[in-house]
Design a protein around this ligand. Structure first.
Ligand SMILES: [Zn+2]
Length: 343
């Protein structure tokens, strides 16, 4: 075995150049790198062969191999750079920005339909002279029930009906909770409303949910009477549903009003011809109202012999469902973009 054969660097270099010239992609260049400079590559073979070379030739051969290796690495790097540059300009060429292309439409966000309905309803109340105030979603049981004249054993106070946070605090079950704190804060006359979410521990179905929104309002002052309220509600519903809407009042019961009335409007879907939404009665129940109970006025720190007041409460979700013919209340809280984008 001659010493020059395994170390025939000119031939190896020629072969390397040929391979390098043929390679046109990063993958092919990577193959060459592994083949020559990898752990089992050609340079390692040369270094291995060096150990069996005649001792006097080792230093010189070692030096030559190192120079040879440096040269090859340099040439490989140059080729890698030129291929990468070529790839980059090809990619840029491919992705060239075409100013003549129409722009992609972006989805514009908008308020949730419940919020839009609250805005619509409260805008009308503002236009009728009422002032907006805010109230807590987490409330004392006392404010939610007792101060509103609920009897001690009222079923609505049951743990099964309401979400209690501890023995005293709960998630408000109605926005009526704002009445007594506001009466304590302000002197009559006052005409205020409050809108927001309320919570009930109910089974979730197409018609009932554990959270929904309400708007409550009251007017406390001297000589305030029920006919004021009825005129105001007529105006309110005509502004909301149109001039042709009719109202009727039915006697009802709420702990915090006396007398109490239930308010129905003529069905806005069938104009009283009868349809599934009004259960073929021609009427839709939309709000509860009445004169504020003397005990509530007392709890608010005022004399019911001097001041009287009306109050009403209405559901937002039901109004929204009526306005847009939405069959299932759950759709309002599922955050399905296909549903929400229709508003
Ligand atoms: Zn109807």
């Amino acid at each position: 075995m001659t010493t020059h054969k395994p170390f025939d660097l000119p031939s190896l270099k020629k072969e390397f150049h040929e391979k390098l010239q043929r390679a046109n992609s990063s993958e092919e260049l990577e193959e060459i790198r592994v083949c020559y400079f990898g752990k089992k590559g050609m340079i390692q073979d040369l270094m291995g062969a060096l150990r069996s070379a005649p001792k006097d030739q080792i230093p010189l051969l070692g030096k030559e191999i190192n120079i040879f290796k440096e040269q090859l690495i340099k040439e490989l790097e140059q080729k890698i750079n030129s291929v990468q540059e070529k790839d980059l300009s090809a990619a840029l060429e491919k992705e060239k920005f075409d100013v003549t292309l129409p722009s992609r439409l972006r989805t514009q966000a908008h308020p949730h339909p419940v919020l839009e309905t609250i805005e619509k309803m409260t805008d009308i109340l503002r236009s009728l002279g009422l002032k907006e105030v805010h109230s807590n979603e987490i409330e004392e049981e006392m404010v939610n029930f007792d101060l509103l004249n609920f009897p001690q054993d009222h079923p609505a106070k049951d743990m099964q009906d309401t979400f209690y946070l501890n023995e005293k605090m709960l998630l408000r079950t109605h926005t009526t909770t704002f009445q007594v704190p506001m009466m304590r804060r302000y002197e009559p006359p006052m005409a205020l409303f409050c809108a927001g979410r309320v919570f009930r521990n109910e089974e979730v179905t197409s018609r009932s949910h554990q959270q929904f929104s309400q708007i409550d309002a009251f007017h406390l002052g001297k000589g305030v009477n029920l006919s004021d309220l009825l005129s105001l509600l007529k105006l309110f519903y005509k502004k909301l549903f149109g001039d042709s809407v009719l109202l009727r009042f039915r006697k009802s019961y709420f702990p915090f009003t006396e007398p109490s009335v239930e308010i129905d409007i003529s069905c806005i879907r069938c104009a009283q011809a009868g349809c599934p939404i009004c259960k073929h009665t021609g009427w839709l129940e939309v709000a509860g109202a009445g004169m504020i109970h003397p005990n509530v006025i007392k709890a608010g720190g005022h004399d019911p012999a001097v001041f009287t007041g009306w109050a009403f409460g209405m559901g937002v979700d039901r109004t929204l469902m009526l306005l847009h013919n939405i069959p299932d209340i759950r759709m309002l809280w599922e955050s399905d973009a296909r549903f929400l984008n229709q508003f």
